[in-house]
Design a protein around this ligand. Structure first.
Ligand SMILES: [Zn+2]
Length: 593
C-alpha cells in the first residue's frame, strides 16, 4: 500500500470543459430560461399557497442556485489557477455581473418569504424537511428588512457607496511596495513577502519588516482612517438606524446565528485571559535570551529547523493521520486527490495561500495549496483537507444547508491540523524540529484567538467612538490602549503600531467578522481536549457536529454534543488547554537557537 503522490494542478472538468465550451454556453442559456420561469412563480406566492406548491418552488430555486454556483465556482477556480490570465479575469467579471442580475430578479422570493405571517410560515416549514433551517434563518431578518423598493435602492447605492470605498481601500493598499535591506541589498516586496520576515531568525530584520510596513501605511493613515470612519458610519446608518439592529455588532451576530450575549461572554473571557499569552511571551523572551520581547518578536522562531517533507510523504501522512481517526474520512481525502480536485504545485500566476472551495454537495470540493515542503505546508494541506471532509460529511443536506455556518467553519480544518501535528511530533526525533512545531502551535493559537479577539474589542470601541465624532488620531490612541491591555508589560510596544488598525482589511471589508476565528479556535481546543481524554467515545459526537453542516443553529449543533456556548466556563476551557501547552513548554530545557 505504498501509493505515491505528485505535485500537480487540478482539473475543473467535473464542472465544465472550458470557459468557451458549448456546455458553458448551454448552462448560461438554461439558467436564463429557468430564471424566467421562476419569475413567473411570483403570482403563486400567497399566504395560502399549498405546501406542495411551495416546496416545488423551493426546489426550483435550489436547482437554479446549483447551476449558478457551478458557473460561479468554475469562474472563481479558473481565476485562482491563473490570476494573470486575461480571459479568466474577464470571464469572472462577466459571471459576477450575470449573478448580480440573477439575484435581483429572484429577490422577490426571499422578500415574500420574510413577509409572510408566522402561522403560514410555520405550516410551510413543517413539511420543508432539511430546508427548514435555511427558511428559518431568512425569517430571522424579518424585523430588519425594508420594502422591496428600499432594498433595491440600498443595493444600488452600495455599489457606488460602501462597496466602492472598500474596493478603493483594496486598490490603494495592494499597490504598496515595501523596501527592506536584506544581506546588504535593498529588496522591493509585497506585503506577503515582507511579512515572511516577521518570522525571521534575525532580530533586526524582524524589526525592519514591521517598521517598513507601518511606515508605508502611516503615510496614508489620514486617508485610510477617513475611509474607515465613513465605512463605520455607513454601517451604523444602515444596520442600526435603517434596519433597527440593537447595535453595530448585532447584525453580524444574527448572520452567524450567534446570540449577542454569547459573543459578549466570549470576548469577556478573552479579555480576562490576556495573561495567558503574556505568560507565553515571557517564556519566549527567555528562549530568545532577552528580558522582554519586542512586539516585533512575537512570531520569532526559537529553533533553527529546516525540515523538508517530500510531497508524496506529506500527502501520505495527511491521509494516514485522518485514517487513524476514522477510515471513512481518509477515503474522502483520497477522493479529492483521485478526482484531481487538488491543485498542489507552485506555479506562476496561481493564487497564493490555500483554500478549499465547495461548489455543491454532490461534488468533491476543490482544494488549492502552494506546497513547498515546510512543516507549515504539511499542516496547511491537513487544514484544507479538513475543510473538504467537513463539507463531504454534510453532503446529505441541501445546497442551502450543507455549508457550515461561519463560527463552525474552522472546526474540521483546525482539528485535522492538530491531529497531523501530533503525528509529526510522535514521529520526530530531532529536538529542534519538535520545539519548532510546539512553539508554532502556540504562535498560531495566539494569532487566531487573542489577536482576533482584541481586533473585535477594538472594533466595538471604534464604532462607538466614530459615532461620537472621534478623529483619526483619537482612533489611533484607542488602538494603542487596546494593545497595552492585550500585551500588559510582557511585550515592548513601539509607537508605529498605532497604525496597525488601518492595515487590517477585515475590519474594513467585513465589520466584526474576526471573532469567528476566536470562536472556532477555542471550540476546537476544547474538542481536542475531549478527544484526548475520551478517545473512541468522542468520535461519534465529533462526526455528528461535522455532518450537521449548516442544517441547524450553531448553538443547537453544539448543544447536541454537550457543549454550552452560553457558558463562560466552556470558553475558559479553551484557554486552559493553552495554559497546559505552556506548562509543557516551560518544562523544556532552554537552548539558544
Ligand atoms: Zn480554514
Amino acid at each position: 500500500m505504498t501509493q505515491t503522490y505528485s505535485l500537480s494542478p487540478w482539473s475543473l472538468s467535473d464542472l465544465f470543459p472550458s470557459l468557451d465550451s458549448s456546455e458553458m454556453k448551454a448552462a448560461f442559456d438554461g439558467l436564463e430560461a429557468e430564471v424566467e420561469q421562476f419569475e413567473s412563480r411570483r403570482q403563486q406566492l400567497t399566504s395560502n399557497i399549498s405546501n406542495a406548491a411551495f416546496m416545488q418552488i423551493v426546489k426550483e430555486y435550489e436547482k437554479i442556485s446549483n447551476q449558478a454556483y457551478r458557473i460561479y465556482g468554475f469562474a472563481n477556480l479558473l481565476f485562482a489557477s491563473d490570476t494573470q490570465d486575461q480571459a479568466a479575469t474577464a470571464f469572472l467579471g462577466r459571471v459576477e455581473q450575470f449573478m448580480a442580475t440573477l439575484q435581483n430578479r429572484s429577490l422577490f422570493f426571499s422578500l415574500w418569504w420574510k413577509d409572510i405571517d408566522d402561522e403560514n410560515a410555520g405550516r410551510l416549514m413543517d413539511t420543508s424537511g432539511d430546508y427548514r433551517y435555511w427558511l428559518e434563518e431568512m425569517r430571522h431578518f424579518k424585523p430588519h428588512t425594508l420594502t422591496e423598493a428600499e432594498e433595491k435602492i440600498v443595493n444600488i447605492k452600495n455599489v457606488t457607496g460602501g462597496s466602492a470605498l472598500r474596493n478603493l481601500y483594496d486598490s490603494i493598499t495592494n499597490r504598496y511596495v515595501f523596501k527592506v535591506e536584506v544581506d546588504g541589498e535593498e529588496k522591493e516586496m509585497t506585503r506577503g513577502e515582507l511579512m515572511v520576515y516577521a518570522r525571521h531568525h534575525t532580530p533586526e530584520l524582524r524589526a525592519a519588516a514591521y517598521q517598513e510596513l507601518y511606515r508605508v501605511y502611516a503615510q496614508d493613515a489620514p486617508i485610510l482612517g477617513q475611509m474607515y470612519q465613513a465605512l463605520v458610519r455607513d454601517w451604523r446608518n444602515e444596520q442600526v438606524d435603517l434596519r433597527h439592529f440593537a447595535g453595530p455588532i448585532s447584525s453580524r451576530n444574527l448572520a452567524n446565528d450567534i446570540p449577542d450575549e454569547v459573543v459578549n461572554t466570549l470576548l469577556e473571557v478573552c479579555e480576562r485571559n490576556a495573561g495567558v499569552f503574556q505568560r507565553y511571551f515571557r517564556l519566549k523572551a527567555r528562549w530568545l535570551g532577552t528580558d522582554r520581547i519586542r512586539r516585533y518578536d512575537i512570531y520569532a522562531p526559537v529553533a533553527k529547523a529546516e525540515k523538508q517533507y517530500d510531497f508524496s510523504d506529506a500527502a501520505g501522512m495527511v491521509i494516514e493521520s485522518f485514517r487513524d481517526f476514522n477510515p471513512e474520512i481518509a477515503a474522502m481525502v483520497q477522493r479529492v486527490i483521485d478526482e484531481q480536485h487538488l491543485d498542489s504545485e507552485v506555479r506562476k500566476g496561481k493564487q497564493s495561500g490555500a483554500f478549499c472551495y465547495s461548489v455543491a454537495p454532490e461534488l468533491a470540493p476543490w482544494v488549492l495549496v502552494n506546497y513547498q515542503g515546510r512543516p507549515d505546508d504539511v499542516a496547511t494541506l491537513a487544514h484544507e483537507m479538513g475543510h473538504a471532509i467537513h463539507s463531504m460529511l454534510a453532503s446529505d443536506h441541501t445546497l442551502f444547508t450543507f455549508h457550515s455556518s461561519l463560527p463552525l467553519a474552522e472546526t474540521a480544518s483546525t482539528f485535522g491540523e492538530m491531529t497531523l501535528i501530533d503525528r509529526l511530533l510522535a514521529q520526530e526525533s530531532d529536538e529542534n524540529v519538535r520545539r519548532d512545531l510546539l512553539f508554532r502551535q502556540v504562535d498560531d493559537a495566539y494569532a487566531t484567538i487573542m489577536r482576533q479577539a482584541f481586533f473585535a474589542l477594538y472594533e466595538r470601541r471604534a464604532h462607538e467612538m466614530v459615532n461620537q465624532g472621534a478623529t483619526v488620531d483619537e482612533l489611533a490612541d484607542a488602538y494603542m490602549e487596546n494593545l497595552k491591555v492585550q500585551f500588559g508589560d510582557a511585550v515592548e510596544l513601539s509607537d508605529e503600531f498605532r497604525w496597525e488598525w488601518v492595515s487590517i482589511p477585515h475590519i474594513y471589508q467585513y465589520p466584526f467578522y474576526v471573532y469567528a476565528y476566536t470562536f472556532g479556535q477555542l471550540l476546537v481546543l476544547s474538542l481536542y481536549q475531549q478527544y484526548k481524554a475520551e478517545g473512541e467515545a468522542f468520535k461519534p459526537r465529533y462526526l455528528k457536529i461535522l455532518s450537521s453542516g449548516g442544517s441547524q443553529a450553531p448553538a443547537k449543533i453544539l448543544a447536541a454534543a454537550g457543549i454550552d456556548i452560553y457558558s463562560a466556563d466552556f470558553w475558559q476551557g479553551g484557554f486552559d488547554v493553552v495554559a497546559g501547552l505552556l506548562d509543557q513548554l516551560e518544562a523544556l530545557p532552554i537552548q539558544k537557537a
